[in-house]
Write a protein of this length. Sequence first.
Length: 425
Amino acid sequence: MRILLSAYSCDPQRGSEPGVGWNVVQQAARFHDVWVLTHNEGREGIIAALAKQQIPNVHVSFVDFPPWALFWKKDRRGQRLHYYLWQLAAFFKARALHRRVGFDLIHHVTFVQYAVPSYMALLPVSFLWGPVGGGESTPPALWWSLSPRGKIFEVLRMLARKMGEFDPFVRMTALRASIGLATTPETQSRLQALGCRHVSVVPAVGLGKDEIQTLSKIPARRGGKFRVLSVGRLMHFKGCHLGLRAFAKFKRQFPDCEYWLVGDGPEKKRLQNLARALHIEDAVKFRGNIPRDEVLETLADCDVLLHPCLHDSGGWASLEAMAAGRPVICLDVGGPALQVTNETGIKVKADSIDGAVKGLANAITQLASDPDLRIRMGNASRRRVEEHFAWHRKGEYMSMIYENILSRRNVVPPNAVCASDPHLD
């Protein structure tokens, strides 16, 4: 097939959303001829990757504006407006390419956000949207645990999402999609409300063969000081304030323990103050931002990953921990809840602040008390990542979706949803 990928974020040298863009390009190119529209931010990484590994059936077009026209765009500020303008420029480029190439299918890959449009849907070609996320929200019962900064952020986020849902181009994107792929059940319901007729839950996150192989070499951990690890930006929605409160409860029974937090962000000072107020500051280590190879070493020195994120459409930290054979403790919401099963970790209900803290503390206690359970869960975690979240498997699955769209079946193949609930799709 001749496939056009719209990947605003696409960079082999970065993880998260840009990494998703590049991995989808690689996997689509295993089976089809691929044209990619992306913007200049990933140019250096893409050119270097294609020079290192020749992929003759990948054709990349960099679409962007001259530097003098981007004086208003600084870091994340102005990115949403830039994305809208980029989409217009990309549409005209895609239309010209379609006249010359004649695409069989167009796939919107990134942004992985449901409340922003893809003008690729305007072209007279079958259109696949996603996986997209962003429909997740902080559970209402946990709202009052947030800092004032966090509450303001959440209000603005909800307003931006609602504005997006009223955008006629967002609704057009949903209506014209042959299939919409949602990263979580929460986003699935939003796509259906927008009018998307065929929607399935498909996580966007994955790991490459090399990553899985590297992480598989991390040995199981027995003995020594019990360590809990959290990885990610210190933002309010990462839920580390709940993690600290849970760790304080756990420490009363297991004094010889530590809690390591890897990452930095605007909540760091608040979290440090909370650790002092809970009298656990000597056992809590704020490691800051560290290189990826050091993060992997940190995984080897810890026993479990505590990932109490309040809303997350992906969850790379939990996926990497699972590949490293570490059980994951998370709230039963968002992307991590689709990754973790009863065999690989513990999910805690987010029905109240006290209940969530108590549930997280009990989960840590259960795993600290039973090394054999940690090892069984770690082994099951490795298998789950290999079976459901390896990029080469996700590529085969995506190709089946392409074939189903072109055959006008517009259904997602069975047993493809990477979740513990087989009825999500």
